[in-house]
Design a protein around this ligand. Structure first.
Ligand code: CTP
Length: 403
């Protein structure tokens, strides 16, 4: 039995000359055992015929939001899909998807699905390199959409350059990879913490750090899309994965109070939050006046340490649980991270050089080193935070398989 046997795939075809290659892709998917539902846009119909796809696919082609008996074909197609692949994807369809425009059946289905989506762009080199196209692709990538980039070669009109649709076998291999990896955390209970904590000084002022919570939320998104039962304890107001249990907190003490009672029942805990190490020793429940911070020109706030509850989690870790910490460092990144891994009895630490360009706090990209308690190291080069999340969860899945 192949990975594709019985899997429901929506094949979206948009209006580019490479639409003829989607015919071959459709046939290959069906041959591999998939149930293929094709959606052709109006543009695609200028290049290829409905009859061709209807003859090859597992069900008749859909082209419009308005022609099916059901008034909501996009929710039927989107909810029922195990995966959606758009090949070829034009600049316009990429823009519409990135910005949530859902004025045709394909984009409405893309917005209505929770299944993994693969987008395979094909266009002229000038269009491919345009910042608008690249920015839209980056946006989609940050949301977990898989992009199969175009290849170099002959383009329509005799031009040569980057923009040719990836070959059907390349796209097929990606479909197989996603469907195989997709549900490897099905039913696994994963607790993720995210964001920087805020420690009150008085009723208006806080001490915090530059953590945006993007990396922690990306870990939660990726875990959920792989079937995990996610609990996300977060300090930031960012989108959360569908179906996840979300607990909003602000301070280190609130995060600890949310995490500790449910820690023992988790299979995996990922402490991506940047928990404050110190907090004001006294919190005043009104706004302090400037002159209340001490005499003269050197105002003072007395700090006390917060409790490092990752240490407690390490000490109380039930057998089989995978405990993951983060180490935000600017110097001696790997050595410092290794020391933290040992001190906090972790299974895995994500060492993050927050001083490096385009890495760590506030950025959309990151580069990390994954260090396991058994000494295994993995460098994850500069990538978007969802890709980093994927590498972290791959490592967690491998650890779970080895116990
Ligand atoms: N952590 C925690 N509670 C704290 C501080 C940190 O649970 N009070 C967790 C973080 O969520 C992270 C890991 O410990 O997963 C490492 O945090 P980091 O601030 O890098 O390390 P510290 O132990 O605080 O060491 P230092 O600040 O000296 O680098």
């Amino acid at each position: 039995m192949t990975t594709l046997q019985g899997r429901r795939i929506v094949l979206g075809v948009t209006g580019g000359i490479a639409a003829y290659k989607a015919i071959e892709l459709c046939r290959r998917l069906v041959d591999a055992g998939a149930h293929v539902a094709p959606i052709l846009t109006e543009g695609a119909l200028h290049f290829v015929g409905e009859t061709t796809f209807s003859a090859l696919a597992s069900e008749r082609v859909q082209t419009s939001l308005w022609e099916e008996e059901s008034p909501i074909p996009h929710t039927r197609l989107g909810q029922g899909a195990d995966l959606i692949v758009v090949a070829p994807a034009t600049a316009r369809s990429i823009a519409a998807y990135a910005h949530g425009l859902s004025d045709d059946l394909l984009t409405a289905t893309l917005i209505a699905t929770r299944a993994p989506v693969i987008v395979c762009p094909a266009m002229h080199t000038e269009m491919w390199e345009h910042p608008a196209v690249q920015d839209n692709l980056e946006l989609l990538r940050s949301r977990g959409v898989i992009i199969v980039p175009p290849a170099e070669g002959r383009l329509a009109g005799g031009d040569v350059g980057t923009g040719r649709l990836a070959e059907p076998e390349t796209i097929l291999a990606e479909v197989e990879r996603i469907l195989a990896a997709e549900q490897d955390l099905a039913g696994v209970r994963v607790l993720v913490t995210a964001g920087g904590t805020r420690e009150a000084i008085d009723s208006v002022r806080v001490i915090t750090n530059r953590s945006s919570g993007k990396q922690g939320h990306a870990v939660a998104d990726e875990a959920a899309s792989r079937g995990a039962l996610v609990t996300l304890v977060t300090t930031v107001d960012r989108p959360t994965p569908p179906g996840a249990q979300v607990i909003r907190v602000s301070s280190a003490a609130e995060m600890e109070a949310a995490v500790m009672p449910i820690a023992a029942e988790q299979d995996v805990i990922v402490m991506a939050a940047a928990v404050a190490d110190f907090r004001p020793a006294v919190v005043v429940d009104r706004k302090l006046k400037k002159n209340e911070f001490g005499e003269g020109g050197s105002p003072q706030i007395l700090l006390e340490p917060t409790h490092d509850f990752l240490v407690d989690l390490g000490e109380r870790k039930p057998a089989g649980q995978v405990l993951v910490g983060f180490a935000a460092e600017t110097d001696d990144v790997v050595d410092n991270a290794k020391a933290k891994l040992a001190r906090k009895r972790l299974d895995l630490i994500v060492a993050n050089d927050v001083g490096a360009a385009r890495c760590g706090f506030e950025h959309d990209t990151n580069a990390v080193v994954l260090i396991r308690a058994d000494g295994m190291h993995q460098d994850v080069p500069l990538s978007d935070k969802r890709t980093i999340a994927r590498a972290i969860l791959d490592s967690i899945a491998a650890l779970r398989a080895s116990v």
